[in-house]
Design a protein around this ligand. Structure first.
Ligand code: AMP
Ligand code: ZN
Length: 468
């Protein structure tokens, strides 16, 4: 097995990576704020983390992944207040939706999904430790702030000079209460809207609620220990979120918090182009509606290195659809084959090696994919030759299984019933659009059908369809 290497934001270098105990990778990944549907950008980050955990398992380690669900914050409270609801009424349906969307994209279950609102005592305890250590102070209104001047390492992750540090988002509103504008809130004194939406708890400093950064520190340390192997998230979280997590945790324990920090780059959207041709693909629900499978989006994401920006445009999704179809056809062929050639076994061994080398080299999924496609080309050629070597065939199947255990790109065989259901749903959407004289939407629905080879015919008794 090649050595596993990862880029560590803390050191700005690609470094060898292994879990401290040699067995289980303990990793924390910042999860969604559940006040609306996670968008495809969020899911790019969650897919990168899915790739990480699957690659770790291929390296022979077990994985203990914790992903928090942020179920109390300003946006949630605002929404609850506007609807006259309790915050849980806002967050519960979106939590369910998150899991549904994640399964659609074949993102494996993390070992734990702790919720912020279920860990208030742990957070209060952490703030108490920080106050006791003299790195946090209580303001007149009962909010508690972290004093960044008291923590010498502040800024080590984002490598910002302290003087340039801008006060992070999500601090309590009343800035005047702070001793230093850059200090961030650990605990926010309750406001009337917090009380009316169920977002206030008793604490030694009066009624209030936790700051966003605090939840991750408290839950990460509870489930993974004071020092753990890896912490990941999107690149926008480096500052202030992860910088503040480090400050709170290390100032409380005196120990290193996470050993390795991994950050995925952003998904961008080419708005104009996308809106015209694909419709506004922004959420998983739109992927579903347009018949774009989870495997297609997985391929699209993995076809770019996680540390490079990626632009969502129609052409790339179309390419991914073709790529995934090719993988699906190959999977069927491999399953049906009755024998191979010695060269097939050699191609399999070569592919596996190239695949692992790329994957373990800072998760170079695009190169891993290239190794898979080279294998598909070579293997198809060998299968055309019609050999009878059963061991060679088994070797090829094993190599393919290994690669797909990480990529998970074999599309489900769509049944006729599923196709028919999708077509009927799109036809109904087209009909509804026409009835409200939204011809652009009606044309878009028709274009989606045509793109999948469905021909439609409008007649006196309604619309009929068939495969083209
Ligand atoms: P949030 O729900 O806003 O806390 O975000 C959840 C995760 O998605 C975080 O790890 C973010 O860094 C990540 N994220 C947000 N926007 C994007 C984007 N456009 N592309 C990739 N990741 C993103
Ligand atoms: Zn976090």
């Amino acid at each position: 097995m090649p050595e596993f290497r990862l880029y560590n934001t803390l050191t700005r270098r690609v470094e060898p990576f292994a879990p401290t105990d040699g067995q289980t990778v303990r990793m924390y990944t910042c999860g969604p704020t559940v006040y609306n549907a996670a968008h495809l950008g969020n899911f790019r980050t969650f897919l990168f983390e899915d790739l990480l955990r699957r690659a770790f398992r291929l390296a022979g380690w077990e994985v203990e992944q914790v992903m928090n669900l942020t179920d109390v914050d300003d946006k949630i409270i605002r929404k609850a207040q506007a609807n006259g609801q309790h915050i849980l009424e806002v967050t519960e349906p979106y939590t369910e939706l998150f899991h549904k969307d994640r399964r659609y994209l074949r993102i494996e279950d993390a070992e734990r999904y702790p919720k912020a609102t279920e860990h208030i005592p742990e957070m209060i305890e952490l703030v108490e430790r920080l106050v006791a250590n003299g790195v946090a102070y209580v303001a007149d209104d009962g909010s508690v702030y972290f004093a960044i001047d008291k923590f010498a390492d502040y800024g080590k992750l984002s490598q910002l000079d302290k003087r340039e540090v801008k006060s992070g988002a999500r601090v309590a509103q009343d800035e005047y209460a702070k001793e230093n504008a850059q200090d961030f809130a650990l605990w926010k004194a309750a406001k009337p809207e917090d009380e009316s939406t169920g977002a206030a708890w008793d604490s030694p400093w009066g009624r209030g609620r936790p700051g966003w950064h605090l939840e991750c520190s408290a839950m990460a340390m509870k489930y993974l220990g004071e020092t753990f192997d890896l912490h990941a998230g999107g690149i926008d979280l480096i500052f202030p979120h992860h910088e503040d997590e480090i400050a709170q945790s290390e100032a409380a324990t005196g120990k290193q918090f996470a050993r390795c920090w991994c950050h995925g780059e952003f998904l961008l959207t080419d708005g104009a182009k996308m809106a015209k041709r694909v419709g506004n693909v922004a959420n998983v629900v739109e992927l579903r509606e347009q018949g774009i499978s989870g495997t297609v989006y997985r391929h699209f994401v993995f076809n770019a290195h996680y540390r490079k920006q990626l632009n969502l445009g129609e052409d790339s999704l179309e390419q991914s659809r073709a790529a995934v179809n090719r993988i699906g056809a190959f999977a069927l062929r491999l399953a049906d084959a009755t024998g191979g050639t010695p060269a097939l076994a050699e191609a399999a061994t070569r592919a596996e090696k190239a695949f692992l080398e790329a994957l373990f080299d800072d998760l170079n999924a695009p190169e891993s994919l290239a190794a898979l496609f080279t294998f598909i080309t070579e293997a198809n050629r060998e299968l055309d030759a019609g050999g009878t070597d059963l061991a060679a065939l088994e070797r090829a199947r094993a190599a393919f299984r290994l690669m797909d255990s990480v990529l998970d790109l074999v599309p489900e065989q769509e049944t006729e019933a599923e196709l028919a259901a999708w077509v009927e749903e799109r036809l109904a959407a087209r009909k509804a659009a026409r009835e409200r004289r939204d011809f652009a939407a009606a044309d878009a629905a028709r274009a989606e059908l045509t793109a999948r080879g469905i021909l439609i015919e409008d007649g006196p008794s309604g619309t009929r369809w068939r495969r083209g």
